[in-house]
Design a protein around this ligand. Structure first.
Ligand code: BG6
Length: 478
């Protein structure tokens, strides 16, 4: 049944600095963990390759991105043309504190984001800013072993204080860490932890988690002190799981899988470690070291809203070895025979999004924000009547089906602040570091080998999304 989304619903798109800005060494920027990721995927030091490189290498597309750093005006104008109400971007920590442990911020980096926020304001587009999107300063990884070290809390505090203060009248919506739960699965990319994952103990891993959670609560506290009107949220990778069979043991396996994710939203929303994780800690000889004041800080500084990425769901079983395993966004799972998958093996499940929205809302009664959703696909540029374009009906189909489910959740009574598609303009993929895994409404002429004119072309989905926004979702049901 046709449905119109609320007037205040924030429609837009989401990006991350390391995947689109490029200009990795312009205006005093330092290196982040992404800058030493060689072509071909998520880097991880140690025996599980690919290894990180000592220095940036020419084939690392994240160094050049799509040159948003120098083309942001053109790109924001295109977002405005689609009618965006919100644009999610991250601040590259290393533009502000190039080494992470510097005493003073880099003015040129701060000035860049001033210009971006001013440009957005020109079109009435609300910025939604991720403070840390897989961009830990490389120096903090090498010198301190990233978030495994408690000192990171202090460096992060200095950074967030600086940007909160600088942009206090320009930005209202903030996210503390992108996909904060991913550190359990990608400790280097997500947490700057250099230890070989095979040698990384659960104790050290969960201690790193604790440091990030304390830092997130501290950011929430500091942000609200600087501007009480700030809306500060957490950001988790949402991945609902289904039991493979009606065997209760499979449902238990689902519960265990989901608890690993709920831990992060529970802590951000309720401010304390849930009992189920205490049992897990006990059984795995994990004893989290709390500093004085950690408990109170977390309890008193819970988030204003919960945000999440949603691409796919998985299936789980007590005997996973009996099934074909699925491929997926950072976390795996079992291939679900009822679902189709993208070219990269991510299982497409629009109804899963409605379920996630309802589950989070039932659990916390906090507003929710879908800050990533989209389809990575290989696009073919063709000559259209108005110039080069892409007939990306597959992307339209994916987004339409997911948005219809958002509409269902809204009608279920879930409070949803907004929806930002991942990669409204083609950018470098996080997991495979390719440009040929495209998500955008806007095609960028750049190839996996770095060649291309960098021209921007509107795909078919550009006008489709424009109409969805214009009609407040009503055109989804045409
Ligand atoms: C999310 C990340 O996990 O998925 C983004 O927050 C990422 O940074 C997105 O780009 C899509 O993943 P990928 O690997 O296709 O770029």
């Amino acid at each position: 049944m046709a449905y119109t989304f609320p007037d205040h619903f924030l429609w837009g798109g989401a990006t991350a600095a390391n995947q689109l800005e490029g200009a990795y060494n312009q205006d005093g920027k330092g290196l982040s963990v992404q800058d030493v990721t060689p072509k071909g995927g998520v880097a991880q030091p140690g025996s599980s390759s690919p290894l990180i490189t000592d220095e940036p290498t020419a084939d690392n597309l994240k160094l050049i991105g799509i040159d948003f750093y120098n083309r942001y005006k053109e790109d924001i104008a295109l977002f405005a043309e689609m009618g965006f109400k919100v644009f999610r971007l991250s601040i590259a920590w290393t533009r502000i504190f190039p080494n992470g442990d510097d005493q003073e911020p880099n003015e040129a980096g701060l000035a860049f984001y001033d210009k971006v926020f001013d440009e957005l304001a020109k079109y009435g587009i609300e910025p939604l800013v991720t403070l840390s999107h897989y961009e830990t300063p490389l120096n903090l990884a090498r010198k301190y072993n990233g978030w495994a070290n408690r000192d990171l809390i202090g460096f992060y505090e200095r950074y967030v204080r600086t940007v909160f203060t600088r942009y206090k009248n320009k930005v209202k919506y903030w996210l503390t860490f992108n996909e904060v739960n991913s550190v359990l699965h990608a400790p280097f990319m997500s947490g700057g932890i250099m230890t070989d994952p095979e040698k990384l103990s659960k104790q050290d891993l969960y201690q790193a988690v604790h440091h990030e959670l304390v830092a997130s609560a501290l950011a929430t506290k500091v942000g609200h002190e600087i501007n009480p009107d700030f809306k500060i949220g957490c950001m988790v990778l949402a991945m609902p799981a289904y039991p493979m069979t009606a065997n209760p043991l499979d449902q238990l396996a689902v519960r265990e899988f989901e608890n690993q994710n709920y831990l992060f939203s529970d802590l951000h929303a309720r401010g304390k470690y849930p009992n189920y994780i205490k049992r897990y800690f006990k059984e795995n000889d994990i004893e989290i070291q709390f500093a004085d004041g950690d408990k109170e800080l977390m309890l008193e500084n819970t988030v204003d809203f919960i945000s999440f990425s949603y691409y796919m769901s998985v299936a789980e079983a007590h005997n996973p070895e009996a099934y074909e395993s699925g491929r997926g966004n950072i976390m795996g799972g079992i291939a679900n025979p009822y679902l189709e998958a993208s070219e990269w093996g991510w299982q497409i499940d629009p109804i899963g999004l409605r379920l996630v929205l309802n589950d989070f809302y039932d659990r916390y009664q906090l507003p929710l924000f879908i800050v990533e959703n989209g389809l990575g696909a290989k696009d073919v540029l063709i000559q259209g009547p108005d110039g080069p374009t892409v007939e990306d009906d597959y992307r339209i189909d994916y987004l339409q089906k997911h948005l219809v489910q958002v509409g269902e959740a809204l009608q279920d009574g879930v409070e949803v602040l907004g929806y930002t598609t991942w990669g409204p303009i083609d950018l470098v993929s996080a997991s495979t570091a390719e440009l040929s895994k495209r998500y955008g409404f806007i095609y960028v002429d750049r190839n996996d080998d770095g060649s291309g004119s960098l021209e921007r072309y509107k795909k078919k989905s550009f006008n489709w999304y424009k109409k969805v926004i214009e009609t407040k979702g009503a055109s989804l049901y045409d």
